[in-house]
Ligand binder design. Structure first.
Ligand code: 13P
Ligand code: SF4
Length: 375
């Protein structure tokens, strides 16, 4: 299948330093010993951040685990570390670079670890969208980007009085934005935007979807003018695989089951679930439920399996999708890549470093700082 890459993906992949052959085919136990040794050697100079979707073989080495919001805070707080090894995806490592100090270097063990949703918002398309909105005479628009987006998109929002949000703080961020403008341009995830606005009482007929592949998003001036939410046509290919049918099946087979899903799922799935929240929220909610509870969880399969096996013992945790939904880009970070990155750092080599240049850095930082300040 022919894959069309946008400039953001092309740059990322052209800078990628591939894993050397000597790091292929290593035994798991040997890698564990060598990773532990490299961590010991680097000591406090190194901090490893791990997103909840990482595999067990990788996340067990993380100093901090979390959702995107928590990891952003961690990246900003560990000022004593020279190196931040980010076991997650590209946009997360970019945010860590923006929030960390000038003496710190952020490494993404494999630059191919992108996020297909983030790649759906191309900065050039956003420029066109903004100009078309101006040409349509639609003003009072506050741009809000989900953290799952390129630094250039965050910078665009920062420069125009907008902000970044995560799945943890999306409602507070939308309220913040509506205090500053009549309507929000929300990107790249239409589902997080729709679910959050709907929860805050915005009717569906006051939301429109902007298709960046159509002239003027495929919308009329009147449709855009009437909207409180202009939703970018982007989605997560993992979370949109969950369906109401799967929820119904689980409820039939497990009376009393509670269903919790991530807000990147479609509105009908979120409405059919009992609860919805970020990965960190999902973990806390299941852990705090009574012993013996049964949960159906709609999020990435590594987290669901970890909840079932170790994070929430004495509860039954099932995936909504019986085959599990894997985030293939998160899966790119293998223990081999982590080992290679750390041994390079021990030898004074920084491979697959993430650097967000100025002025993008300045404006993206402003948008992220606004996000961190919103309670
Ligand atoms: P969280 O911030 O909830 O961890 O979500 C990140 C993500 O990419 C979900 O698909
Ligand atoms: Fe991106 Fe979806 Fe993977 Fe999250 S699960 S990193 S949104 S592709």
């Amino acid at each position: 299948m022919l894959q069309i890459l946008n400039d953001y993906e092309k740059t990322r992949l052209s800078e990628r330093q591939p894993l050397p052959d000597s790091y292929l085919g290593l035994a798991d136990e040997d890698m564990d010993v060598r990773i532990a040794e490299a961590r010991r050697t680097l000591g406090r100079r190194l901090v490893i951040l791990g997103h909840h979707y990482q595999r067990d073989e990788v996340i067990k080495f993380a100093d901090y685990t979390g959702d995107s919001f928590k990891l952003s805070r961690q990246a900003a707080s560990r000022v004593d570390a020279d190196y931040i090894a980010f076991c997650g995806v590209h946009f997360m490592a970019e945010s860590a670079d923006i929030l960390s100090g000038p003496h710190q270097q952020v490494v993404l063990p494999d630059l191919a670890a992108g996020c297909s949703m983030a790649d759906m918002a191309d900065p050039d398309d956003l420029d066109i969208c903004w100009r078309e909105l101006e040409q349509m005479g639609v003003g009072s628009v506050v741009p809000v980007t989900y953290i799952n987006s390129a630094a250039a998109i965050k910078a665009f929002c920062g420069e125009r009085g907008g902000v970044v949000c995560t799945s943890s703080n999306a409602p507070a961020t939308l309220r913040w934005a509506w205090e500053r403008g009549e309507r929000i341009l929300f990107l790249p995830d239409q589902h997080l935007g729709r679910n959050t606005a709907y929860k805050l009482g915005v009717p569906l007929d006051r939301m429109v979807v902007w298709d960046p592949n159509e002239i003027c998003g495929g919308l009329t001036e009147d449709e855009v003018r009437a909207a409180r939410m202009i939703l970018w046509k982007g989605h997560c290919s993992v979370h949109t695989r969950f369906t109401v049918g799967q929820i119904d099946t689980l409820r039939r087979h497990h009376p009393g089951i509670r269903i919790i899903v991530h807000p990147e799922c479609t509105l009908d799935v979120v409405q059919a679930a009992d609860d919805c929240g970020s990965t960190e929220y999902i973990i806390k909610t299941v852990q705090q439920s009574p012993v013996g509870s049964v949960w159906g969880v709609g999020t990435e399969v590594h987290l669901v399996n970890r909840l079932a096996r170790t994070l929430a013992p004495d509860r039954t945790v099932l995936s909504l999708d019986q085959f599990g939904c894997l985030c293939s880009t998160m899966f790119r970070i293998s223990p081999n890549h982590l080992l290679w990155s750390l041994e390079n750092l021990v030898d004074g080599r920084v491979t697959n470093r993430i650097v967000v240049p100025d002025p993008q850095r300045h404006w993206a930082r402003l948008a992220l700082d606004r996000m961190l300040a919103i309670q």
